[in-house]
Design a protein around this ligand. Structure first.
Ligand code: 3Y8
Ligand code: NAP
Length: 254
């Protein structure tokens, strides 16, 4: 009897949850509990950490899980490492659902940097209006440039004071679209965008808007993922689970 744990928190995980529910696969979707009200899901949901790789392995055993799917964000590196360790400890099969990196196209003005600290160094020398589209958890390094105005897009209103003196805050969950992101960049008179190479469609709009407006982008590379089996589509995960998506089920919108 198949029983799947999906480590979620991305639009791909939400799409996988819909396909599993439509196919009647027994599964649980897991969130870290980073946001106040995660998107509702058509599967049972659990929220919060497991207590490291050991806690995850214990949860998998206690819940009789047979398959583990890591559909977390490419920057959720610790969770992905724990999934590999728990898969080894329990002997359970693991596959990662990972979207391809974004690559620059004609007209894109990207500067690739290795991490957030390098992104700070890559900012313009003179004071600028910067769209920091990297969430809330990695803002502190930008306090080294208090002369900049930072536009922040957060999922929930900040509870603690922000580590940056000069900010404009927009509360939005995404996925985002071209019209909205173009207006955002224009309305806030943005000079440069800082983004994580998340991949996927959910946050790509700001890059297309930047190209249209001729704005430079500082693109933070993903942390190196651990060794594990990787697929790039929901259909491949469903096949891996032994529930191939058929044309009929595809018509049902899975
Ligand atoms: C809690 C689940 C869906 C989910 C939507 C995707 C699309 C929008 C792109 C920008 C970039 C950012 C941020 C972002 C994206 C989708 C997707 C994606 C980036 C939710 C979600 C959870 C989180 C956690 C949150 C982080 C933050 C990062 C905002 C739900 C909405 C900036 C990453 O306040 C906090 O602590 C927020 C933390 C981790 C990064 C950070 O360091 O602050 N995501 N995002 C998940 C959990 O609890 O397990 O609330 O419903 C999911 C989504 N985030 O179903 O369509 O790529 O899948 N999320 C980044 O990529 O840079 C926004 O603004 O352009
Ligand atoms: P992380 O740094 O890799 O993980 C830190 C700890 O958070 C993990 O060790 C685990 O705690 C817990 N955790 C993370 N994801 C979890 C999940 N799906 N279910 C249960 N526990 C989870 O993770 P993160 O970067 O903070 O990301 C947290 C969540 O936000 C993930 O669901 C991720 O998919 C989503 N997200 C992240 C980003 C991003 O930019 N980082 C972007 C979009 C969405 P224990 O060790 O206690 O188990």
């Amino acid at each position: 009897m198949t029983r799947v744990l999906v480590l979620g928190g991305t639009s791909e995980a939400s799409a996988l949850a819909r396909a599993m529910a439509a196919a009647g696969v027994e599964a649980v979707l897991s969130y870290a509990g980073r946001t106040r009200a995660p998107v509702a899901q058509p599967l049972p949901v659990r929220v919060g950490g497991f207590g490291g790789a050991g806690g995850l392995a214990a949860w998998l055993r206690a819940e009789g899980v047979t398959h583990l799917v890591d559909a977390t964000h490419p920057f959720a590196a610790q969770m992905s490492r724990n999934a590999v360790a728990a898969s080894r400890a329990t002997g359970l099969p693991l596959v990662a659902l990972e979207r391809p990196v974004w690559t620059a196209g004609p007209g894109d003005r990207w500067t690739h940097v290795a991490d957030t600290d390098a992104a700070v160094v890559a900012l313009p020398e003179t004071a600028a209006r910067v769209f920091l589209a990297i969430g809330r958890q990695t803002l502190a390094p930008f306090a080294a440039r208090p002369d900049n105005m930072y536009l922040l897009r957060l999922v929930d209103p900040p509870e603690a004071p922000l580590p940056l003196p000069n900010t404009e805050v927009v509360i939005a969950r995404g996925p985002f679209d071209m019209a909205g992101d173009t207006a955002l960049l224009r309305d806030h008179r943005i000079d440069v965008i800082v983004a994580k190479n998340a991949g996927g469609a959910g946050a790509r709009a700001k890059l297309d808007a930047a190209r249209t407006l001729g704005l430079p982008v500082v693109m933070i590379a993903r942390p190196a993922p651990p060794e594990r089996a990787v697929v790039a589509s929901v259909a491949e995960v469903m096949r891996w689970l032994g529930h191939p998506v058929t044309p009929a089920s595809a018509r049902r919108g899975v």
